[in-house]
Design a protein around this ligand. Sequence first.
Ligand SMILES: Cc1ncc(COP(=O)(O)O)c(C=O)c1O
Length: 412
Amino acid sequence: MKPRKTAQPKFATRAIHAGQAPDPSTGATITPIFQTSTYTQAGLEDHKGFEYSRTGNPTRAALEACLAALENATYGLAFASGMAAESAILSLLRPGDHVIAGDDLYGGTYRLFERVLRPMGLDFTYVAAREVSGYAAAIRPQTKMIWAETPTNPLLSLVDIAAVGRIAQERDLLLVVDNTFASPALQQPLDLGAHIVVHSTTKYLNGHSDVVGGAILTSDEKLYSEMKFYQNAAGGVPSPFDSWLVLRGVKTLAVRMRQHGENAQAIAEYLNGHPLVRQVYYPGLPTHPDHALAQKQMRGFGGMVSFTFEGTRDDVDTFARRLRVFQLAESLGGVESLCCHPATMTHGAIPAAERERRGVTETLLRLSVGIEDVSDLIADLEQALEAVSARRSRPGAERQHAVAGRSSRTRA
Ligand SMILES: Cc1ncc(COP(=O)(O)O)c(C=O)c1O
């Protein structure tokens, strides 16, 4: 009899099952939380594959296998945060090495590059994220890596992964893609030519705003071995419980991303053209400069929408204080909707002048659109925008607002 060909399970199926066979010792259907630091060995060098939980833990191993399956990677490594994962990737470099990065990226990544690694002898050049030719033009003999975040945080530009991947291939450089904003439900950078994918699993992968975590996915055995060595040597690993929470969160990734995208599209369309809104950044809008690339590269436009106010920082503050369903908070990718002011929150680590130059202005807000009923979300935005209009029309509003702001800061 001919052996039956088994097709690779589809994405939503992998998200629920990959790396998670029933527990062999008990039959537990759901991977247990192996809350142990160590493992009893039968004799010298005679163990079941686990010796110490910094080096390896079965719950973490299940998560690493699952995330690798979602990114079409051979290997996965999980970390205690996205920044710990980024550090492991950058441990591949040596003093004198040069990295090219898009100029719109998470503020913590910029801080790691500029405040930790530059003083240790690494060099960084920032190029316009969406201009493919800029990456090629910035290459020098010392260049080892291209670092691309796509869509970018917070301005939602896209990097053409396949085009930049070809440049990396031709010039023998590593292409790293931070896939946090899209998640593997919407794009798989390794299939487009990236060598390494990095995630803040804190965001869409976990999806419930109750874990800080990170992950690296690759199909290159040598890169994996080096980063695995660093993971164990530097020790920034996630706890078994956090690994389990991400593993559980990932099971609903496919349905969550569909709803995030649907809600975000409706919100971007609502904000676009509102008299208090200057500009909306969302790749699902046909007017977005990367809309065509998004249609080609992604399977949906994601749940992040940024916009600038036609007004002042005080208008932004009034709006943010007035939101009821959206929470004013850092982070993104959870089922609940969040509103972030990048200039004072996620991108505060970038010097003010440089931040402004990059377009992260005082009137920019970034929405992580959750999966609540979209009519409640739009009603929430509407009443907060109305509060801004009402304040503007009150005489002396600027002064009253400033006094209220001061008193609340004193309380905090
Ligand atoms: C795109 C992106 N990459 C990396 C990180 C860092 O991840 P973590 O906060 O889990 O360390 C963040 C955090 O916001 C992010 O938005």
